[in-house]
Design a protein around this ligand. Sequence first.
Ligand code: ZN
Length: 196
Amino acid sequence: MAEKTDCNNHKWIPLLGINKGKSVPTSLFTCLKCGDLKVGSQTIKISRFRLDMGELPINNVAGIKLIEAPTADQTVSGFIVGMTYGESIAKGDLLYFKSDGKVYKADANGVSTYPAMGLALATASAGSNNVLLRGVYRDDTRYAFTVGGVVYLSTTAGTETQTQPAATNDVIQVVGIATHADRIYFNPSADYITHV
Ligand SMILES: [Zn+2]
């Protein structure tokens, strides 16, 4: 199984259950393809590439390795949470967190529409949707970055730019670094300065 894909067609084999040629009841299985374990009807997502623990924390690891170069357009690797959209938002849009507890498109020359704190991972107008807090996002259509350059919140709502906003009262906030023409290391600064 590749590291970046999920196993959608498990081939379960029993780990226990044969005793001198006689089948005995068992509830412990493993998938020959991906290595997932299953106890009864419940799959335990654990293999050389993954460890899912439901809502439980991971308490003892040397590191959490993210994918630096997502292989497909509009894919991501990073810290992701579910947040409620307060307006129509497109995948890739930069978001700020509003006083009503919802996220909206961030805007460097709006009124209290910053700092950007998330990157939308779904196109929707309402409801809870995945938002990237920090990580790598790829978008082949949206981005045409100068590699290695800083990415700022732009003065067009929801968008990013590599040209620092320069008008009076524009907010200058670094939201990430371009690691490829089509990829951003999204790492939004909570600090911003206002252009005088
Ligand atoms: Zn499998």
